[in-house]
Write a protein that binds this ligand. Structure first.
Ligand SMILES: CC(C)(COP(=O)(O)OP(=O)(O)OC[C@H]1O[C@@H](n2cnc3c(N)ncnc32)[C@H](O)[C@@H]1OP(=O)(O)O)[C@@H](O)C(=O)NCCC(=O)NCCS
Length: 159
């Protein structure tokens, strides 16, 4: 199997990340994660990006997470179709999760399109729980779509 390497995302990766977001995450909703927005997030001190590169150095997956005082928010995560079901989504999430655990954050939260059954199954498999249905969360001029908020607790509750 081809070796895929995970690395911190750099500003020069913003365009490829944005294009993958448009095609794999935001399809049908309009393109909100444009290169400038991705680059602005990568430059923030509270946000980390990770990219997965093939042996040919092509980005085939990525994730973007923002860290606050008590929680981390997964903003984007995607794997190219040809690289799916090989554990890459899990590796990307784990890479971002390490920082949340080292900062002793309580949880990771995310919103996922309600109709995205594949991603919802992935997050359930990775320890997230569905918490709330957010009606009309994605409100675009020609389309409204529901989201599901999912949460993964990182700290154990005191016994
Ligand atoms: C969701 C996504 C990132 C998962 O990436 P991936 O690399 O295929 O996931 P992994 O191989 O690490 O999967 C880990 C486990 O999650 C579960 N899983 C992943 N994809 C699944 C699917 N489509 N259906 C059911 N379970 C799934 C499985 O339990 C899997 O383990 P297994 O393959 O041993 O059965 C990928 O499908 C994707 O990019 N989807 C489009 C973009 C997207 O929806 N992003 C999320 C937006 S919030």
């Amino acid at each position: 199997m081809e070796t895929i390497t995970l690395e911190p995302a750099r500003s020069r990766d913003a365009r490829r990340i944005a294009e993958l977001s448009r095609d794999l995450v935001e399809q049908g909703l309009g393109w909100s994660w444009r290169p400038e927005r991705v680059a602005e997030h990568l430059a923030r001190r509270d946000t980390l990006g990770v990219v997965a590169r093939s042996a040919a150095r092509v980005i085939c997956g990525f994730g973007l997470m923002r860290y606050t005082d008590d929680e981390a928010h997964l903003l984007l995560l995607a794997v190219a179709p040809e690289a799916r079901r090989l554990g890459l989504g899990r590796r990307l999430l784990a890479w971002l999760e390490v920082c949340a655990r080292e900062a002793d954050l309580d949880r990771i939260v995310l919103e996922v399109r309600a109709e995205n059954q594949g991603a919802r199954a992935f997050y359930l498999a990775e320890g997230f729980e569905a918490r709330r249905l957010l009606r009309g969360y994605y409100a675009r001029p020609h389309r409204r779509e529901d989201a599901v908020r999912m949460v993964k607790r990182l700290r154990r509750s005191p016994a």
